[in-house]
Structures are given as C-alpha cells and as structure tokens.
Design a binder for this molecule. Sequence first.
Ligand code: ZN
Length: 471
Amino acid sequence: MKIYNSLTKKIEKFVPLNKKRVSIYSCGPTVYDLPHIGNLSAFIYADTLRRVLEFDYKVFQVMNITDVDDKTIRDSARDYPDKDPAEALRTLTAKYSKVFKKDLKETGNQVDHIKFVSAVDSIPDMIQLTQELLDRGLAYIADDGVYFSIQKYQRTGKTYGILQKIEVTTSQSRIKNDEYDKKNVSDFALWKKMQPGEPSWKAIFKFQGDDYDIEGRPGWHIECSAMSKKLLGVPFDIHTGGIDLKFPHHENEIAQTCGAGANKLANYFVHNNHMLVDGRKMSKSLGNFYTLSDIKEKDFSALDFRLLVLESHYRNESNFSWDIMESAHNRLRTWYEFSDKQFQTVRADSQWVTKTLLSFKDLLLENLKDDLNTPEALSEVSKIVSLHLDQPVGENELEAFLSLLEKLDNLFGLDLKNRLDLEPEQKELLARRAQVRANKNWHQSDELRNTLLQQGVGIRDTKDTQSWFRA
Ligand SMILES: [Zn+2]
C-alpha cells in the first residue's frame, strides 16, 4: 500500500512497525453537537483506509471521544444550567456520543472494528503525562493551569512545526483556548485550573520541589497524546484526522508525546481534506450546515451519502450538493439492481462472474492501495455493473457472485450483499407474467407490470426472459 504522509509530504510505501498488526489512531468527534456531514466524511475515509489495510493485516483502530473540552463544557452549561457541572457534561456528551455512533454505523463504518476511548475515562493518564512534561522541564505552572513551553521543547533540539512550518516568536505568550489559529502560536494549556461552574478533577502536580494542588481539567491536545499512548503505545503506525487538525491539534500532540521521550508519535499522518457545500465552506452562519438527518429527510440513504464521499479522493476538497447527492443515489441504485441478480439466477451455466472475480478484485484493490484512490476504484465497480447488468447469473456461479458482492462490501461498506428478495406473492406475479408473455397476452402482461411497479418492483424485459429491480 502507498499512502500520502503529511509528515514527509510525500506518497510513501506503507511499512508497518509490526508485520502482523497495524495500529491506527483516529481523532474522533467532540461530542457537543450533531455531527455534520463534513465530520462524517473524515470518518468514512478513515474507515476505508482500515478496510483496505485489513486485506493484508490485522488492524487495531482506536478512536477517541472528546467528552471534555472547551466546547462540551460551554454547551453543557448552556443546555443544563440546573444540573451539577459534571452531571451536565455527562448528560450532554452521552447524548451526542450516542448520535455519533449511530450516524457512524448508518454511514457504513464498521464500528465494531473500532476501539472507542473516552477522554473522561482517561484523566489519570493525562495528569501523568502532564507531570512527565513538568519533570522534563518542558512544562510550567501558571496562575490558571499547567502550560507546555514551546521554546523549552525546541531547545531540546526537537522541531515544533513538523506538519506545517510554524514561526515561533521569541516573546512567548500563553493561550488557554483549545482552538486557535497560526497567528496565535503560543504555549498551550495542558491542564486548566477549574473555573466556577466547570466540571473538574483533583490533581496534584510536583514542580521544582513544590506540590501544586490544581483541581481542574485537561486541555484538549493532551487528551489524544495520553490516550494514544495508553492504547497503542508510541510510536504507532497511522494517525488520521481532518486537515484542520494539523495545527494546532496534531502539532501539539506531537510536541507533547515527543517531549515526554518518544522519538515519534506516529509514522504516518493521513489527513483528509474539507467537504464543501455547494462549493462553499460549511458554516452555521451560511445555513449550509447539513447533518445525516437532513439527508434522510430528503429520502436519500446514509449509504448514498457514503458513496458521495468516496467519489472524491480524500486529499481533494469534496463537494456536497443535492444534485451530487441525487447522482450518487442513482449510481448506488444501479449497483443494487446488479446485486439483486443474486435472487434471479438462471439454470444455464454462466462464466462471467468467476472471470470478474479473478480480474477485478486486484484492479479494485490496486486502486485503493494507491493512496486510497476511491474514485478510480468506484469507477471500476461501475464498469463491472454496466458491463453485466443484463447478464444473468447462472446457478453454477451463485456462490462466486455472492463472494464478489462480499468483497465489494468489505472494501466499500455499501451493503450490496445483504439485500431482500421479493415476497412470495410478488414472485408469483412475476411467474404469471412470464406465462402470459409467452402466450403473447400483452394486455395482461402490462397490467401485471403495473401491479408490481406499484409495489416498487420494476421489470426489465429481454427477448425471452424478464428480470426485476427495485424501482
Ligand atoms: Zn486528537
């Protein structure tokens, strides 16, 4: 497999640390609101990367759930003003974690292949890592918490600004916010002293011979450094996330982990690009902030959306519009028509499935192993579908056909194999129609076609056979 590594800014051959087991850490959601479609697209790409690697390796993918940070605290206080702050935080984040996992599953991600880890469940690990940075002289205590010193880190000979070049000024300021832009490169908070009305955890830090009792909560960046170390050990193989996480989040993760003694956090950083809506950046003020519910309200499926995402290469900006959604929907409908051939095998032997299975499996996988080229791989699938849509599957090849569908599902997660056959009554109508057609009773044949169409079943006629599809 070849993949673009943000660390080296090159497409590189993927070489795992351990031949048998690949470790992936995916920066997960901050659970303070409904996930929008741009968030979901990042996880669909990470899921696809894992699926492709799973063809050759055992993969262990960890995803964090950010259930304590500036935004979750802010919104839990707003939504549950009468609850105790810790309880308010738990209520808000439990609600949105649930929605997130449901959306993730519905959009075809293999949630049972992911080990989720909650930040709130890992606070002692964050305190310990913060202490380690204090011990190594790379962190210091200020009035409002514990901060990471970028200058001290650089003095150890390490670079701050590995993913993107970053200018560090000599007069170092401090920043308490979890999120900030490059104009505000500053020492960042590892641990934030409790503010009135905020949830907090007890922590005692040792610094320059003194004990500091600083009840508070972790900064956002230390969370991922602590959780990746705890679950995967460092370095691990691949770190995934949206391109917007490069700075400050991933840069800070690298600094914290390497500051605590590691040479590297991860060998490969894989970043996906933004999803635009109608060619513009998604934002609440533009009102173009869609969620999965918006998509389903328009009668599109979550898997239609998954296909739309995969139609763009992960390193390009993808675009969402209702027209693009419609065309993804139509494309997937044709694929389902293809997969419904599993219920319509014919007695005569066929050969095309076995041939397809032999020649196209490698072609598909080859495209995906080439820096996850999903658009090309999908166009190979469309080629298979359009070439064979009218070709029946012989009973001799049913097993091969099901195996083809399963392989496609393993790669793309579009649920091609797991389809529903027609009802027995509908099959009877079809059989009757075949009979009246043989007797050239066109009127009755048309009537039966209409009856089935009203039940959502379309019929395609060939010279002497008919096949059905979900209309
Ligand atoms: Zn993270």
